[in-house]
Every structure is written in structure tokens, then in C-alpha cells.
Design a protein around this ligand. Structure first.
Ligand code: PLP
Length: 397
């Protein structure tokens, strides 16, 4: 049988060979893996002990993570994950709440929903480099937005933030900072944001969208949610740094920064505090396993090794005559969009004149060498159209 995976109707034909379909999916993904370096999923951890042992049943952490009832659930592992991440971030033990989400987007939604419930007249500030989920969520909440300029390398323009806040001092401010912007992995300086909010005596909420960089920065002590930080919530993706093979994440909100839901749901015997009702217990188990099997030291090593591969990538790309840059903390290497033959082979993320690769844990020097060789060959090949000028950075990542 010839399989056409694009023909969805074919895939439910009575004579379908389900094993052939699965083999085809696996083969296609395996074939693409070596050149897929544009998106931030770590590929170095082995999650199979959890998948093979737990995949045979439904693990549903429905309702609040503190609920103890239900048939098969992994809430004790979920609580272990939340405690580990909150401790790593230095969150006060008596002022924290969180759960395992479907990803960074749900974490942002949960945190901003909590913030807006508490401050319903607030203006929500985010920068032009914020992830696309932020304007979408603000729109869902029906809140008023203020879009703040970002510098060309992705970090927030703090003078613009201050100017925008100054004009709207009579309304509370919910500010979304990003720790690891999608294109350049820039990290907004939350100390400066907090100082601006304090200078203007603003009430409100400071949220950090740390989908990519939350864990690696916290491991280095570069991101804290202690009392001095002024940060009320954080969203982190679980399939990025931990490379969990199903989309998931963690949201943490200071207990004092939310208006807890009081609605007890009789049918689930739980309080309705989470965005989704049924929640993936397998994801919580996978996150717990990734954390417990490697510990803080293991994950520190992973982050530092991945950064050294990113530094190597910058060197190798520059050695071809092309330009490349990265922030010192970053796995992401930003480069002018390479010629078409390179883009056709390598799955980079491209946004007009700029592209990036992300040296997540598991990306090897061999992959970087192969990319650099292809780039060198493409640059030397005759170029059919005039080459577009390389963009320059105005700040130094
Ligand atoms: C900065 C940032 N925030 C949020 C998200 C969304 O995370 P998820 O894909 O886990 O929903 C991403 C994903 O790339 C991101 O880069």
C-alpha cells in the first residue's frame, strides 16, 4: 500500500495498515531530526522509562493540583515538580501556587487571567518582541493593551515602558516581561521593570513569560522570584529545556497575587482553579522524571554545555564569512537569513532578514560543522539575485 499521509481520508480506510502509518511517521521525523535546529526542544534526555511504564492508562490530574481524589493521577509528582521549580526560583514557601499546564501559552493565560481578575481596570503592557500568545490572551481577556517598543535585539525599551506608564498612572499596570524572546532569546531586565513600577508607585502585577529560559536562568541564579524581585508569576514550557515529548509547562503564581477560585465542583470533588479541567498526568510524570533523574547539577551541566555549543556555532558560522551573534546566556544563534539551499536543507526559524538556530541540549558539534559547511558552499556558489545587505545589531548581544 502506498501511504499518502497528506490524504487524511485515506488514513481511516478500512484496509489501513496502522503499523505502516506509524512507521512512516517515525521514519519521517527521524529523517528530519538531524537538520531540525530552529526550534527549542532539547533532544538529549531519555523519557522512555516513563512512557513505557505509564502509557497504558489515562492519568488525569483533573482540577486543582492539591486535590487528592480521582482514579489514576500523578498529582504527587505534579506537586514535586511545582515545589522543585518554585524552590529553584527562590519563591517564598508560604506564598506560591502553581500547576503543570499544557505549555507556555496556558501558563501565560492562567497568570494573566489571575492578574486581570485582581486588577480589572489594569492596562496590560508587553513589548513588540513578546510571544504571539500575549496579544492573543489580552484580547481574550478583553483588557486594554499598551505595546512597548523593543530594542532590535529583542529586549524591552525601558525608557519607552517608563514613558507609557507615566501617561497611564491612574490605572494599575500588569507588565509582561519576557525571559527568552522567541527570535533572539533576549531577557527583559525585571529589576529595571520593577524599579519603574516602584518609581511611579504603581499597583498591579509583573509576569514573566519564561517559556524557554526560565529553568536555565534560574539554575544560574539569574532569575529569582523572591520577595525583592517584585515578580508575581512565571510561565515555563516543559518541552523546551526538559525536552518532554509532549507539549507541557509549569505556571507559578504568588498566592497573594491571585484571587483564589472558590467554586467547588461536586462532580470532580475539586476546586476549579486551573484553565483546563482534565489535565495530563503523564506530562507531570515526565517532568518529574526529567527533574529527578538529573537533579540541579545535571541540568546546570546541560545548560552550560548547550551554551558552549552555541558559542561554537557562532565561531563556525563567522569562519565561513557569514555573521552570527548570540546573547551570552543564550542557546539561540541569530544570523542573517542564509541562502535558499541552506534553508531548504536546514529547518531554521526565519523572520524576514533574520534567522536563528537554537543549540538546545542534544545538538552536537557535528551538526554545527555540517551546517557551517553547507553555508560556506552556498556563499561561494554564484548568487542569482543581488544579496540583501546584512542587518546590523544596534545593541551587543
Ligand atoms: C517567549 C515564548 N512564550 C511563550 C511560548 C509559547 O509556549 P508553548 O509553545 O509552550 O505554548 C513560546 C514558544 O515558543 C515562547 O517562545
Amino acid at each position: 500500500m502506498t501511504l499518502d499521509l497528506a490524504a487524511a481520508a485515506d488514513l481511516t480506510r478500512d484496509d489501513i495498515d496502522v503499523n505502516a502509518v506509524l512507521d512512516h511517521l517515525i521514519h519521517t521525523a527521524d529523517a528530519a531530526a538531524a537538520t531540525s535546529i530552529g526550534y527549542p526542544g532539547a533532544v538529549d534526555l531519555d523519557h522512555t522509562p516513563v512512557i513505557t511504564r505509564l502509557a497504558a492508562r489515562l492519568w488525569n490530574n483533573i482540577g486543582d493540583p492539591a486535590t487528592t481524589g480521582g482514579v489514576a493521577h500523578t498529582r504527587v509528582l505534579e506537586q514535586a515538580v511545582i515545589t522543585w521549580v518554585a524552590d529553584l526560583l527562590g519563591m517564598p514557601v508560604d506564598d506560591r501556587w502553581g500547576y503543570v499546564t499544557t505549555g507556555g501559552t496556558e501558563g501565560n493565560l492562567s497568570a494573566l487571567h489571575a492578574a486581570y481578575r485582581r486588577w480589572p481596570t489594569a492596562r496590560i503592557y508587553y513589548s513588540t518582541a513578546a510571544h504571539y500568545s500575549i496579544p492573543k490572551i489580552v484580547n481574550m481577556l478583553g483588557a486594554s493593551t499598551v505595546v512597548v517598543r523593543a530594542h532590535p535585539d529583542g529586549d524591552m525599551d525601558y525608557d519607552d515602558l517608563a514613558a507609557q506608564i507615566r501617561k497611564r498612572r491612574r490605572w494599575p499596570a500588569i507588565v509582561v516581561a519576557t525571559a527568552g524572546t522567541t527570535m533572539t532569546e533576549a531577557v527583559d531586565d525585571t529589576t529595571r521593570v520593577h524599579a519603574i513600577l516602584t518609581d511611579y508607585s504603581m499597583t498591579g502585577h509583573l509576569h514573566v513569560d519564561a517559556a524557554l529560559s526560565g529553568i536555565p536562568l534560574a539554575l544560574d541564579g539569574q532569575l529569582r522570584l523572591d520577595d525583592a524581585s517584585g515578580i508575581s508569576s512565571i510561565a515555563i514550557s516543559g518541552h523546551k529545556f526538559f525536552g518532554v515529548p509532549t507539549p507541557c509547562g509549569v505556571v507559578l503564581i504568588r498566592d497573594s497575587a491571585r484571587t483564589p477560585a472558590r467554586q467547588q465542583i461536586a462532580y470532580t470533588a475539586s476546586v476549579d482553579t486551573t484553565i483546563t479541567g482534565s489535565r495530563c498526568g503523564l506530562a507531570a510524570a515526565l517532568l518529574w522524571h526529567a527533574i529527578a533523574a538529573h537533579g540541579r547539577e545535571g541540568h546546570r551541566w546541560r545548560a552550560s554545555h548547550a551554551r558552549s555549543i552555541a558559542a561554537y556555532a557562532v565561531e563556525q558560522i563567522r569562519a565561513t564569512g557569514w555573521t552570527a551573534r548570540r546573547w551570552p546566556h543564550a542557546f539561540t544563534v541569530v544570523l542573517p537569513t542564509p541562502p535558499e539551499p541552506v534553508r531548504a536543507k536546514w529547518l531554521l526559524a526565519t523572520d524576514g532578514p533574520l534567522s536563528h538556530l537554537i543549540c538546545m541540549p542534544g545538538i552536537t558539534r557535528g551538526q554545527i560543522d555540517a551546517l557551517a559547511a553547507d553555508l560556506a558552499a552556498a556563499i561561494q556558489a554564484p548568487i542569482p539575485h543581488p544579496r540583501t545587505p546584512h542587518p546590523t545589531f544596534t545593541t551587543a548581544p
